[in-house]
Design a protein around this ligand. Structure first.
Ligand SMILES: Cc1ncc(C[n+]2csc(CCOP(=O)(O)OP(=O)(O)O)c2C)c(N)n1
Ligand code: SF4
Ligand SMILES: [Mg+2]
Length: 330
């Protein structure tokens, strides 16, 4: 159950001109040119507005955003340890609740948002996030997924795409593909495992207003502990020219390799329904990135096959990779 504080009355953004002009993540950062994760920061801060406090786990979005004596954050912001995103959000929300109960600060809805990277949230911090999703606090955890431990020079994580070159998985003459795991399905895993969590979504800042900002607002309005997983092209780690970040995001969504959906009170809603809209070949997404330059046709065919299976054969396409249960009597 979420807190009884009045919710902030967010309007749905129907077109790009509806987005607020005020910025709460602005100049003063040193992320790479074309960094889509920086867009995730800017967009969620814009969507959530001034009555927001943010905790951020170690990673590019901590380090590049807090160069000595500078910061782009306008809203209150606190660093937390890698893997501690969930517990930092719970601590922040509990602290605010206690201060309000004791009358030390006015009773009002203050958004608590944690951002953690794919290593920090999906791998190291998954236990703490699971704990946070079992609480009754209003908090939102955003896993910004650049598909590597980018800050420490692009090591593979559980979220790295099959076959990608990283500093942990360099292709060699003996083994062309060193990264053989399929991408971890973090949002769905958290949704399935926490049935009372009312809002889980995947999102893309390539579609900033209509997709990501509205999903941020929906999560904050629905309340309770909520989770969003974003898909963030990273020019440095994925090896492409910074001008193509949005194009890569679009190709990832339209090829179906990164499904966009919301799970609201247990109902799956596809926000880009690749079954109805069709999918472009995944090759169009892969061939524009240097991290896949070593792949040969059969590797691309394999990735295409896996994406096709995800959309055509999974019990809940893109979300749950199971077949319907059989009884033993069968
Ligand atoms: C407990 C701990 N282990 C390792 C590190 C070193 N470290 C700092 S940032 C980072 C990578 C984080 O990756 P991710 O969460 O995906 O964020 P990104 O850097 O990609 O933005 C690592 C391994 C650390 N700071 N703390
Ligand atoms: S390495 Fe990637 S995630 Fe990190 S600042 Fe550069 S573009 Fe952004
Ligand atoms: Mg990362």
């Amino acid at each position: 159950m979420a807190s009884q504080l009045p919710v902030i009355d967010y309007e749905k953004i129907k077109k790009i001109h509806d987005t607020p002009l005020e910025e709460f993540y602005t100049s003063g950062h040193r992320t790479c040119q074309g960094c889509e994760s920086a867009m995730v920061m800017r967009d969620f801060a814009k969507a959530s507005g001034p009555r927001t406090v943010v905790t951020g786990a170690t990673g590019c979005m901590y380090v590049a955003n807090t160069s000595y004596l500078t910061t782009p954050w306008i809203v209150p912001w606190m660093h937390t340890q890698l893997g501690a995103g969930g517990s930092s959000a719970v601590g922040m929300a509990a602290g605010l609740r206690a201060l309000m109960r004791k009358g030390k600060i006015p009773q009002e809805k203050i958004n608590v948002i944690n951002f953690s990277g794919d290593l920090g949230a999906g791998d190291m911090g998954i236990g703490g996030i699971s704990g946070a999703l079992q609480t009754d606090y209003d908090l939102l955890i955003i896993m910004y997924d650049n598909e590597s431990a980018a800050n420490t020079d692009i090591q593979a994580t559980g979220s790295t795409t099959y076959g990608a070159q990283t500093t942990f998985t360099p292709p060699g003459s003996k083994h062309r593909i060193m990264h053989r795991r399929w991408k971890k399905n973090v949002a769905a895993m958290l949704a399935v495992g926490h049935p009372t969590c009312r809002y889980v979504a995947t999102a893309s800042a390539t579609f900033p207003a209509l997709d990501f900002m509205n999903k941020t607002r929906k999560a904050l309005s629905i309340g309770g502990p909520t989770f969003i997983h974003t898909f963030d092209p990273c020019p440095k780690g994925w090896d492409f020219h910074p001008r193509y970040s949005h194009e890569l995001g679009e190709l990832g969504v339209k090829s179906g390799i990164f499904p966009l959906y919301e799970i609201i009170d247990g109902q799956v809603i596809y926000t880009y329904d690749a079954r109805q809209k069709g999918r472009i070949p995944v090759r169009e997404y892969l061939e524009k990135q240097g991290r896949f330059a070593h792949l040969i046709d059969e590797d691309v065919d394999y990735i295409q096959h896996m994406v096709d299976t995800m959309w055509n054969e999974w019990e809940i396409p893109g979300v749950a990779p199971f077949r319907a249960g059989l009884s033993v009597a069968g």
